[in-house]
Write a protein that binds this ligand. Structure first.
Ligand SMILES: Cc1cc2nc3c(=O)[nH]c(=O)nc-3n(C[C@H](O)[C@H](O)[C@H](O)COP(=O)(O)O)c2cc1C
Length: 479
């Protein structure tokens, strides 16, 4: 297998967009788009007028053109939104997703992968979070329609995904077991996706089966996947707790340091000897964004590294220019000893996983801004299904309005300090919702501990850097 040394990590929502993934892929490494919340990203680009026509060009290649035109009729605004107007929303994810939502999920990930792969032969992957179970099937199918080369998935145990890829490759129906709070475990509730029902007009008999890379932090889980996954796993990304985004919780009872961050110990270190024994390729992630660390990973038997933080603030990233500049100026403008560290927040994410937060003025990292936000759940990717005592399924998110959460059987304690990542992460990429009460959603940046090392990518006198700068620097000792 011809394997990449550098995997540009999948970064949601829309941080690793098609431009970034394409730039990385054109330079011979693995570019990864984010599939998280991609339906909302695409319809917001259309409502912002799709100024360069990229989304519409990709939609023009979608294999069901009647549906493609319907999406344009519903969401495309040639002049963009009027100032102060809210974005039109699509419906919220759920187990029995209505047909229009399933179709939109397919089209949206098709568009992002199509653009990342357009007119070149480089490889492209798509990243999903296992926890977002109800939207993953349509996203995977859409990416496969566009010929995606790799599917990468973390934030859970993606045991059933390899089998889903096999089924979709034969254009067959696939389903996923859904975790439901309050239901027997394992739950017998499944979300399913049947290509012949969702897009009967798509005639392709078979699709390319992408390689599957599981993002995990322990060899126990790797072994479990090798033995019990429903199809083949082609490799692992071993992600440590210093990585940007969500982190796996520490093993054992949660202990916090003086700053209130989870304490990780020796038991959380991956057992690389065990990974080497498994024999599948693996990449190391979490502060591996330097030439020395790339070499170290190779010396340890890895095929390479997965890097996120360095790419999140390069020119091609989906993060708005003003936020990228604010980050670069703050973290590259000070003496090394004064650089503020990222905070591993045990509560911010409604998922309950620790989430890395970069402290930055004007974002929800500031407690006052967080408190001033009227709670609202209008995107819903992190809602979890709950079985009520009368047998119904309701969906709740710990960051939604507290009264709603409690009404659905949740406990007040679970809502404390939870942040609406759906809205904040869309704000990071310049797609902030303006709510009906006029409140404009604020950003919340995530980054790994490597944020304090961004300076290495800046040429003297420069205040920005490209994906090419990152790749040239990372591979200077190895290629
Ligand atoms: C802004 C940002 C967003 C991220 N979002 C995701 C995500 O949606 N899914 C995922 O599997 N990993 C996500 N990650 C983790 C990266 O894919 C990658 O594994 C990690 O950044 C590597 O460690 P590093 O940050 O030290 O380079 C994110 C990282 C960053 C910096």
């Amino acid at each position: 297998m011809n394997l990449p040394i550098i995997i540009q990590g999948g970064m949601g929502i829309g941080v690793s967009n098609w431009r970034l993934a394409r730039a990385v892929s054109l330079l011979g490494q693995l570019g990864v788009v984010s599939g998280t919340g991609i339906n909302t990203v695409i319809i917001r680009r259309l409502q912002d007028g799709d100024p360069e026509g990229d989304v519409r060009r990709a939609i023009g290649h979608f294999p069901d053109q009647d549906y493609a035109q319907e999406v344009l009729r519903l969401y495309f605004l040639p002049k963009g939104r009027e100032s102060g107007k809210s974005y039109k929303r699509c419906s919220l994810p759920c187990i029995d997703a209505p047909l229009p939502l399933q179709r939109l999920g397919v089209l949206a990930s098709f568009v992002e992968v199509f653009l990342a792969k357009e007119n070149h032969a480089g490889v492209i992957g798509i990243n999903f979070l296992e926890k977002l179970q109800t939207s993953n099937l349509s996203g995977i199918y859409g990416a496969m329609l566009a010929g995606v080369d790799y599917v990468l998935m973390g934030a859970g145990i993606p045991r059933e995904i390899p089998g889903v890829l096999d089924k979709f490759a034969e254009q067959k129906e696939a389903s996923l077991k859904i975790s439901v709070i309050g239901a027997a475990t394992p739950s017998d509730l499944r979300a399913s996706f049947d290509p012949s029902l969702v897009f009967p007009k798509i005639m392709a008999k078979s699709l390319k089966r992408p390689k599957f890379l599981a993002i995990i932090s322990s060899d126990t889980l790797a072994l479990h996947l090798v033995r019990k996954a429903t199809g083949t796993v082609e490799g692992f990304i071993i992600e440590g707790a210093s990585a940007g985004g969500h982190n796996a919780p520490p093993r054992g009872p949660l202990q916090l340091n003086q700053l209130g961050e989870p304490i990780y110990g020796i038991n959380d270190e991956p057992n690389l000897a065990s990974f080497r024994k498994i024999g599948l390729p693996f990449w190391l992630a979490g502060t591996f964004g330097s030439p020395e660390k790339v070499q170290q990973a190779l010396d340890l038997g890895a095929a390479g590294v997965q890097v996120g933080t360095a790419f999140a603030f390069c020119n091609e990233s989906g993060v708005t220019e003003s936020l990228r500049q604010a980050v670069i100026d703050k973290w590259c403008g000070l003496e090394d000893s004064n650089l503020p560290a990222v905070f591993t927040d045990p509560l911010a994410s409604p998922t309950g996983f620790p989430f890395k937060v970069a402290p930055l003025a004007g974002t929800l990292s500031e407690f006052s801004s967080y408190q001033a936000r009227p709670r609202k759940c209008d995107i819903g990717h992190l809602r979890q299904p709950v079985l009520t005592s009368d047998g119904a399924i309701v969906y709740r998110c710990p960051a939604e309005p507290v009264a709603d959460f409690i009404h659905k059987g949740g406990a007040n304690d679970e809502t404390l300090k939870r942040k609406c990542l759906c809205n904040a992460l869309l704000s990071n990429i310049g797609a902030a919702q303006i709510q009906d009460d006029g409140y404009e959603e604020l950003p919340l940046l995530t980054a790994g501990d490597d944020l304090t090392h961004l300076k290495q990518f800046l040429s003297p006198g420069k205040r920005s850097y490209s994906a090419q700068d990152v790749l040239a620097h990372l591979t200077m000792k190895t290629i």
